[in-house]
Design a protein around this ligand. Structure first.
Ligand code: PEP
Ligand code: MN
Length: 354
């Protein structure tokens, strides 16, 4: 299904990504105003703050709710910045609109739940407000697209996506794995849908915010939503990932924004070389499969089983190590060989069951 889109119309400096910055949560009027004034002074056009906070466990700061909405009005009045907040229920939508919040976003826990997204869509019928849909916590592109479609079906045409990474049991450097291929595929399917990156929730650590912003720009993302707090270490939520407005300004200043040119002669030349190599790869794979089938025949004639795990582990280890010597991530090589092996097994099974 196509999405019916209009430009988001969010302010940005020419050719630069749009930037929404502000604290994870609106904690006190003073914290909101201090942060907002500092951001505005740095030239920021859009202010974010969570009014209702979805928390993994009870007992954390769950947001101030309605009493914090006039602080957002004050931000708008004092700084001219547009304001943005997360909505998770129809009641949040109603209140956010009542207090003139300019931009709404749907959080990762909400976009994972079609009932909740549909309830929001129903509340947004006939309302012209930009809505940004964060990826669901689980790496499911179809669920993300489904959420975007539900909101779009309600008539919201100023629609965008936020890539905030995906939750995983095995936390390594990132709080949420970026899995860049997912927003890239979203962009391939909906080239006109703006996508912003949220380096704060991906990283969970302030030292990784800058490199993630740059990576998002290198992939041609349209905007950034970054958590910024006047006193990050004192923040009531997500303290470790927030940066001061000063640091944010420093990060944004140093971003290299590459031009989005479709292709140049030199790129086309390089792509031709890639195409040739891909042809050779497929040729080689087909040859490898033919040999697998021969092995299958041999195993059939000699009553052997298909799977010989010793051989399989040997291939994975040997090729992983070889890849790493040649500057390719051994994990990537392993994944490729797992796929090749799976197809080999299928081909052998095919021969043996004939
Ligand atoms: C947030 O933006 O503060 C937030 C709660 O984000 P997410 O929904 O991505 O976890
Ligand atoms: Mn947060």
């Amino acid at each position: 299904m196509e999405l019916e889109l209009l430009p988001l119309g969010l302010p940005s400096d020419s050719e630069r990504p749009f930037v929404i910055a502000g604290p994870c949560s609106a904690e006190t009027e003073e914290q909101v105003m201090t942060t907002a004034l500092q951001l505005a002074k740095k030239g920021c056009h859009m202010f974010r703050a969570g009014i209702w906070k979805p928390r993994t466990k009870p007992g954390g700061f769950e947001g101030n709710g309605e009493i914090a909405l006039p602080w957002m009005q004050e931000v708008r009045k004092e700084t001219g910045m547009l304001t943005a907040t997360e909505v998770a229920t129809p009641e949040h939508v109603e209140l956010a609109l009542k207090y003139g919040i300019d931009i709404l976003w749907i959080g990762a826990r909400t976009s994972a739940n079609p009932f909740a997204v549909q309830a929001l869509a129903d509340a947004l019928k006939g309302v012209d407000v930009p809505v940004l849909v964060k990826n669901p916590v689980n790496p499911d592109l179809e669920l993300w697209i489904g959420a975007l479609q539900r909101i779009n079906n309600a008539g919201v045409k100023r629609l965008g996506a936020i890539h905030r990474g995906f939750s995983s049991y095995d936390k390594k450097i990132y709080r949420n794995l970026p899995m860049w291929q997912i927003p890239i595929e979203l962009h391939r399917r909906y080239p006109n849908l703006p996508i912003a990156n949220d380096p704060s929730h991906i990283s969970g650590r302030r030292d990784l915010v800058a490199p993630l912003c740059q990576q998002a720009m290198d992939l041609g993302m349209d905007g950034l939503i970054v958590e910024s707090h006047c006193q990050p270490d004192q923040a009531w939520s997500d303290a470790s990932q927030q940066v001061t407005p000063d640091v944010l300004d420093f990060i944004l200043d140093r971003l290299v924004i590459r031009e989005k040119v479709e292709s140049t002669e030199s790129i086309n030349q390089l792509r031709k070389q890639i195409d040739e190599i891909d042809d050779q790869l497929i040729d080689l794979l087909a040859k490898r499969m033919r040999i697998s089938r021969e092995i299958g025949l041999y195993k059939k004639e000699h009553g052997m089983t298909i799977l010989q795990t010793g051989r399989y582990s040997e291939i994975l280890d040997k090729r992983g190590a070889q890849g790493s010597l040649m500057g390719i991530d051994p994990e990537c090589i392993k994944k490729i060989f797992e796929q090749i092996h799976e197809e080999s097994v299928n081909q052998q099974a095919d021969v043996m069951n004939k």
